[in-house]
Design a protein around this ligand. Structure first.
Ligand code: FAD
Ligand code: DHB
Length: 405
C-alpha cells in the first residue's frame, strides 16, 4: 500500500488496527515485516525518515551464513545471490605479519557474503512493495501506549495530522536512538555499556579492492579495515580520535593515512581515487536486558550495539528477527506463546556471544591510548596464539561466519 515512489502514504490511508506494529524501517523492521506477511500475519511499519534517506545510509557489508539463509527464506535472496561476493577466507594482519583464516575449511564449508546493507534494505523495500506491505514514512512523534495491556497502541503524526494505530504487539526495531527502548520504565531495564576511546573513519570509492578478501589490520598507528562492495567498489576504514570530523579529511589525507596503517606490501598495491562517501562512527558495546516489556519486543540496534570490528551489528538484527518472527507466527498460527515467552532469553544468549567476539576483535586490533606496554604485549600474544593454533583459528572462524541460531 505505497502511494508514491518516495514511499509516502496518504494520511487517510492509515489503518486503524494491525496485528503487529513495527517501529523502524531499517533492516530489522523490514525483514520482520516481510517474514510476518509471508506467514499471513498482518503488520504495519512506521519509519521516521524518507525511503531515500534510509537507502542512502552506508553501513554494514558482511552477512553471516545464517543471515544469508534467512534472507533467502524471506524471498529476498535472488539479487544477493547474483551480486553478493562469497568469501571463504579473511585476512588479519598484525604490524607486518599476515595471517589468512580459512573460514570454509575450518567450519565445514561455511562462509560469509559481502553484500552491502544498502542493497539488503533496497531488496526488502522492493519485496514489501511487491506484496503490498504497508510502510508509513516520515512519521513523527511516535509514542507507545498501554504496553503492559493486551491492546497496546501507538500515536504519531503524519503530514501534520495526529494518527493512532491499535495492535496486538509492538516490535521495537527503531535502532539505538529510537523511541521503543526509551518507552520502557527505567527500573525494568538493565543497561550494560562500554564506550571505546576512538571511532572509525570510513570511505567508499569506485576503485578496485586492494585484495580479494577482507583485511583487518592492526598497526602501531591504529586499526584499519580493507573491505569492498564489488570488484570495482572499495570500502575502507581507519581508526580515528573521537573528536575527528569527516570534513577535516581530504581524500588524499585519507589514502595516505590508510597506506600508513597497512603492511607495506598491501599498501604498495592500494589503488586510490575520489571518495563517494566519508563518515565517522563512534565505537560502543551496549546491551539492554530484557528485550521485552509487556507486549513490546525489542530487536536489533534498539536493544544492543556492537563495535563494528566483528561485522556483527546487522547480523544480530537478523537473528533477533528470526527468533521474534518465530514467536509471533506461533502465536497466530497455533495460539502457542512459548517462543514469545522465551524470545528475550534466546536472543540475548546469542547477543552476548557476539558482543564478546566484537569486543575481543576490537581489543586485540586497535591502539588504545592508555593500554601501556603490558597491553601491547597482550595484543601481540593474542595474534601469536591465533597465528600458531588451528584451534584458535577454528574458534575465530566459527564466530566470524556466525554462531548457529
Ligand atoms: P537501524 O538500521 O538503525 O534502523 C532503525 C530504523 O528506525 C531507522 O531507519 C530509523 O530511521 C528508524 N527510527 C528511529 N527512530 C524512530 C522513531 N522514533 N520512529 C520511527 N522510526 C524510527 N554494522 C556492521 O556490521 N558493520 C558496519 O560497518 C557498520 N557500520 C555502521 C555505521 C553506522 C553509522 C551505524 C549507525 C551502524 C553501523 N553498523 C555496522 C551497524 C548496523 O548498521 C546496524 O547494526 C543495523 O543497521 C541494525 O539494524 P536495525 O534495523 O536494528 O537498526
Ligand atoms: C564492513 C564493515 C565491518 O564493520 C566489517 O567488520 C567488515 C566489513 C564493510 O562495511 O564492508
Amino acid at each position: 500500500m505505497i502511494a508514491d515512489p518516495s514511499g509516502s502514504l496518504a494520511a487517510d490511508a492509515v489503518p486503524a488496527r494491525t496485528q503487529v506494529l513495527i517501529i523502524g524501517g531499517g533492516p530489522a523492521g523490514l525483514l520482520l515485516s516481510q517474514l510476518l506477511h509471508r506467514a499471513g500475519v498482518d503488520n504495519v511499519v512506521l519509519e521516521r525518515r524518507s525511503r531515500a534517506y534510509v537507502l542512502s545510509r552506508i553501513r554494514a557489508g558482511v552477512l553471516e551464513q545464517g543471515t544469508v539463509d534467512l534472507l533467502r527464506q524471506a524471498g529476498v535472496g535472488a539479487r544477493m545471490d547474483r551480486k553478493g561476493l562469497l568469501h571463504g577466507g579473511v585476512e588479519i594482519s598484525f604490524r607486518e605479519r599476515r595471517l589468512r583464516i580459512d573460514l570454509a575449511g575450518l567450519t565445514g564449508g561455511r562462509s560469509v557474503m559481502v553484500y552491502g546493507q544498502t542493497e539488503v534494505t533496497a531488496d526488502l523495500y522492493a519485496a514489501r512493495d511487491a506484496m503490498g506491505g504497508t510502510i508509513l514514512h516520515e512519521v513523527e512523534d511516535v509514542a507507545l501506549h498501554d504496553l503492559e495491556s493486551a491492546s497496546p497502541f501507538a500515536t504519531f503524526t503524519l503530514g501534520g495530522e495526529t494518527q493512532r494505530i491499535n495492535c496486538d504487539f509492538i516490535a521495537g526495531c527503531d535502532g539505538f536512538h529510537g523511541v521503543s527502548r526509551r518507552s520502557i520504565p527505567e527500573d525494568r531495564l538493565k543497561l550494560f555499556e562500554l564506550v571505546y576511546p576512538f571511532g572509525w573513519l570510513g570511505i567508499l570509492a569506485d576503485v578496485p579492492p586492494v585484495s580479494d578478501e577482507l583485511i583487518y589490520a592492526s598497526h602501531e598507528k591504529g586499526f584499519a579495515l580493507c573491505s569492498m562492495r564489488s570488484p570495482t567498489r572499495s570500502r575502507y576504514y581507519i581508526q580515528c580520535p573521537l573528536d575527528e570530523e569527516p570534513g577535516n579529511w581530504s581524500d588524499d589525507r585519507f589514502w595516505e593515512a590508510l597506506a600508513a596503517h597497512l603492511p607495506a606490501d598491501v599498501a604498495a598495491r592500494l589503488v586510490t581515487g575520489p571518495s563517494i562517501e566519508k563518515s565517522i562512527a563512534p565505537l560502543r558495546s551496549f546491551v539492554a536486558e530484557p528485550m521485552r516489556h509487556g507486549r513490546l519486543f525489542l530487536a536489533g540496534d534498539a536493544a544492543h550495539i556492537v563495535p563494528p570490528t566483528g561485522a556483527k551489528g546487522l547480523n544480530l538484527a537478523a537473528s533477533d528477527v528470526h527468533y521474534l518472527s518465530q514467536g509471533l507466527i506461533a502465536h497466530y498460527a497455533a495460539g502457542d506463546d512459548l517462543a514469545l515467552e522465551r524470545y528475550s532469553d534466546r536472543a540475548l544468549a546469542r547477543v552476548w556471544k557476539a558482543e564478546r567476539f566484537s569486543w575481543w576483535m576490537t581489543s586485540t586490533l586497535h591502539s588504545f591510548p592508555d593500554a601501556g606496554e603490558f597491553g601491547a604485549r597482550m595484543q601481540q600474544a593474542e595474534f601469536d596464539y591465533l597465528a600458531t593454533s588451528r584451534t584458535a583459528q577454528a574458534a575465530f572462524a566459527e564466530n566470524y561466519v556466525g554462531l548457529p541460531y
